[in-house]
Design a protein. Structure first.
Length: 239
């Protein structure tokens, strides 16, 4: 992994928290006013890459450089050795065959929650639909291929942050869309390839945080704003 790619890599929640702490310190020191803080704080939790986070704090004393990706951070290993650590290793399970197919004919199918997607997954929909939610899923291989065959129906694929996506499908009087193509994945994360044909139907790929994570971040931002408002109110009363 070269340094040139670091700004394009996906940032983690821990990286966003690091930037949020820099912004809190800058507000307390008077480097940012409240309006600037709110704007940058919101941008921090919308940021998807290291480059976006680095720009938010580029003019602040502790704002550079951007942190190294998790897989490039060296942690002590057993016996004092140093090695790369990645959370994705626990979710790639080559010892498990996983689910390999889903069919929706005049109806639908759904795969979500804790499940394992196989190395090859085939989705067939005819006047029906399906949803493949990979946010909490395990992967039977570092690279999985999802083949979709949709006639007057559709399939939606949801991937978590960090997963690389490539779409190779064909839409005929329909759509085969992904806004996530070309976005580099995190080191050690699986790669998802979506292929197939959609006739008078649609196939889409979107990236979302798990629901629990979205709620947690929303609650933290709400609590942080409340705390800052209380601190500002207290300073005004003292004046």
């Amino acid at each position: 992994m070269t340094d040139e790619r670091l700004p394009q890599l996906r940032a983690s929640d821990a990286d966003r928290e690091r930037v949020a702490e820099i912004l809190r310190d800058a507000l307390a020191e008077g480097r940012l006013d409240m309006a600037e803080f709110d704007e940058r704080f919101d941008a921090t939790y919308r940021a998807r890459t290291y480059g976006e986070l680095e720009r938010i704090t580029a003019d602040l004393p502790a704002g550079a450089p951007a942190p190294a990706p998790p897989s490039l951070r060296k942690e002590p290993a057993a016996g004092g050795a140093t090695g790369a650590v990645t959370a994705w290793s626990e979710r790639i399970r080559p010892d498990v065959r996983g689910s390999t197919s889903g069919v929706g004919i005049l109806g639908g199918f759904e795969r979500k929650g804790r499940w394992t997607i196989g190395r090859r997954f085939t989705a067939v929909c005819c006047m029906g639909g399906g949803e493949l939610d990979l946010r909490e899923a395990n992967f039977a291989a570092p690279e999985v291929e999802i083949s979709v065959w949709a006639l007057m129906g559709g399939v939606n694929v949801v991937v978590p942050p960090g997963v690389e996506v490539e779409t190779r499908g064909l839409g005929i009087m329909g759509g085969f869309d992904s806004q996530e193509d070309g976005t580099p994945g995190e080191p050690g994360a699986p790669r998802v390839i979506v292929t197939g044909v959609a006739v008078m139907g649609g196939v889409g790929v979107e990236r979302k945080l798990p629901k629990e994570e979205r709620l947690r971040l929303k609650a933290e931002r709400r609590e942080e704003r409340r705390r800052l408002r209380d601190e500002r109110r207290g300073r005004r009363e003292l004046e």
